[in-house]
Design a protein around this ligand. Structure first.
Ligand SMILES: Nc1ncnc2c1ncn2[C@@H]1O[C@H](COP(=O)(O)OP(=O)(O)OP(=O)(O)O)[C@@H](O)[C@H]1O
Length: 258
């Protein structure tokens, strides 16, 4: 599941997302401590860290769902609330955060991405239906469009949320553990979709526990442990010393995956 190297010209572009000195607390719990992060447009960045290292909190802060005590977040120059209102950011949540019993079809989930484009009546127009059809096509879900979301496999559900972001016209995608509970075939399909999005200039931040796969599908990686331990190319970030600092174990990516 290899993503081709991004053209070097993109490395000079202004960041699509800039997180500057962000500190977040839940009561007494310090979840993020002065986090600095810059995401270059048209790249896939892997977000790595132990359980409780702050990955989901970082996503929620970028989305504007959690308020930072200090620091600031900008998405293409906008604050999180404005970016969300403009539909600039697509979010694929962890599976546990979604009520799969909710009686809604795949096509309805994807149409939710169009709400910001519709009037208050939320009546889809031709352009909305076309955008949804295209997003379903790109995520290989056309044949499942009328199935209940709860009746999909884990990988298909993830793709439905990616399709929602595509229909929305998002340019930044935050994916929280998109490969968790997903079989190899679905994983390969998701990686294909992410590659196509990246090649179209979208910016992707992808949290994963699968260290070995990071050099294969990410252009860069961030190691998080409440603060950023390292950000850069996977080979410069995933060193034994840094992995030990982040995970407290002698973990390192398998050599044959590089
Ligand atoms: N709503 C909340 N109230 C109180 N503490 C919270 C809340 N959400 C998260 N935390 C705490 O903040 C810290 C960071 O949690 P977060 O969910 O961001 O970690 P994570 O890296 O996403 O973990 P995981 O890999 O298990 O999903 C943890 O110590 C967690 O217990």
């Amino acid at each position: 599941m290899t993503l081709a190297t991004t053209p070097s010209t993109t490395t000079m572009a202004a960041p699509a997302v800039r997180v500057s000195g962000v500190t977040v607390r839940y009561g007494d719990v310090l979840a993020l401590d002065g986090v600095d992060l810059a995401l270059t447009p048209g790249r896939v960045c892997g977000l790595l860290g132990t359980n409780g290292s702050g990955k989901s909190t970082l996503f929620k802060t970028i989305l504007g769902l959690v308020a930072a005590e200090r620091g600031r977040v900008r998405l293409h120059g906008h604050d999180p609330a404005a970016a969300r209102k403009a539909g600039l950011v697509g979010y694929v949540p962890q599976s546990e955060q979604v009520d799969w019993a909710f009686p809604v079809r795949v096509v309805d989930v994807v149409m939710m991405g169009r709400y910001g484009h519709m009037g208050i009546t939320r009546r889809p127009r031709r352009a909305d239906r076309e955008a949804v059809a295209e997003a379903l096509e790109r995520t290989d879900l056309t044949g499942l469009a009328h199935r209940q979301i709860g009746a999909l496999s884990g990988g298909q559900r993830k793709r439905a949320f990616v399709a929602r972001g595509i229909a929305q016209g998002a340019s930044v995608f935050l994916l929280d553990e998109p490969f968790a509970g997903v079989d190899k075939r679905s994983e390969a399909t998701i990686v294909e979709v992410l590659r196509a999005m990246r090649d179209d200039g979208h910016t992707l931040l992808v949290s994963t526990h699968d260290l070995a796969s990071v050099p294969e599908f990410c252009d860069e990686a961030v190691l998080l442990q409440r603060r950023v331990i390292a950000q850069g190319g996977p080979e410069e970030v995933l060193t034994p010393d840094r992995l030990f600092e982040a995970f407290g174990i002698e973990a390192q990516p398998e050599e044959d995956t590089r």
